[in-house]
Design a protein around this ligand. Sequence first.
Ligand code: PFF
Length: 443
Amino acid sequence: METREQWRSRLGFILAASGSAVGLGNLWGFAYRASQGGGAAFLLLYILIVLVVCLPVLVAEMVLGRSTGTSALLAPIKAAGNKWAPLGWLFIIAPLGIGSYYAVLMGWTLDTFLHSLFLGLPANMSEAETFFGSISSGSSVLLGQIVSLLLTAVVVSAGIRGGIERLSRWGVPILFALLVILALWAATLTGTWEGYRTFLLKIDTSQFFNPSTIRNAFTQAFFSLSLGIGIMVTYSSYLDRRKQLPKEALSVASLDTSVGLLAGMVTFPIVMSFGLKDVISGSTVGTLFISLPTGLGTLGATGRVVAVLFFALAYIAAITSSISLLEVPVSSLMDKLGWSRSKAVFASTAFLFIIGIPSAMNLNILGKMDSVFGGVLLILGGFVLSIFLGWIVPRRFDDDLSGCESDKRVRRYLKFMLRWVSPPAIAFGLIVSVIDLFKSWSA
Ligand code: PFF
């Protein structure tokens, strides 16, 4: 038997896992959800959910991957027998569902980047809308989707060290640096404080009880951390026993949350400075691709440079996430059917392309895919995972962590949270989200 691939270093794993977490969800999803009216209540709920509810589940997901040393499809079976096979299937279906429309969003990002670089920015709202209409329909949307899938496939076929780790090692630091530069620049705009205040600081306590705000906060937390659907199981299956998982999980969650906040510090000042609040509050999936270029368009050359940098960094962020989505089915096919990496990459990429076509052709379908696969299913996965490692195979959690985490208090705290806090909190989030989702569909 061939030995399983391994990460080259601890930093490599952290950067790859953070690369998966940091993606369009932080740049596009955060702006999109934060602007739907939740304000600081959304932000606080989101941070609270990450720290209290998600962190223990993130450690649990890592434990499942490392302790079984196998892919997401097979890990639940290896840990607790065949009756847990459906969890493995959930781990395959959800990343495939997300991967299918994620490539479409990546295509839009690439188009906007190229357009800003070579042709410049739209002169006004209506030009921006026309431009968005052109990239989100017809053959250009398919082209963007195919190019993005192919780039993702090239990286994944180069393997864990040679592809995923190598890209994350330079991609994540570069995107972080670019984002800090842009946030500093945005701090000098005239509407900066207004932007921070309106979207990030204004607390309206009634929003804590608004089901849409609660759903947005749960969705943002799980989506942004790539949590609940086998990504972290897969990445951790390439880890050795010495790594201290709680520390790795904390690093990933901190980096991911900082990127979300930094992205808000870039997008909201721009929105406020250029009077685009109405556009963004009618938030649709296209918001970022319409409002940002329009705002920046009024700034001449500086605006164009900022747009190029922003969409470049968004693309880097997206590709370090899409490789993680592809790696889940790839590693599962390799483990289950004994396929070579390239064969598994080819089959999974072709499949992703085909199931992504409806989202590419129809914005409504894309939105629905995002609410189901990128929302409810992740929260459901997180719930099942917390029950699985907290109650079904709790010994596995203890044994794996006692090998690497010497501080008993940390282990005890995580176990307690995983058993008693995460399941009811996630169940609550799940119920509210499902009801709110159906309501929004029937509205
Ligand atoms: N976390 C990524 C983002 O925020 O864009 C996207 C993502 C990747 C979501 C992998 C879910 C996932 F399993």
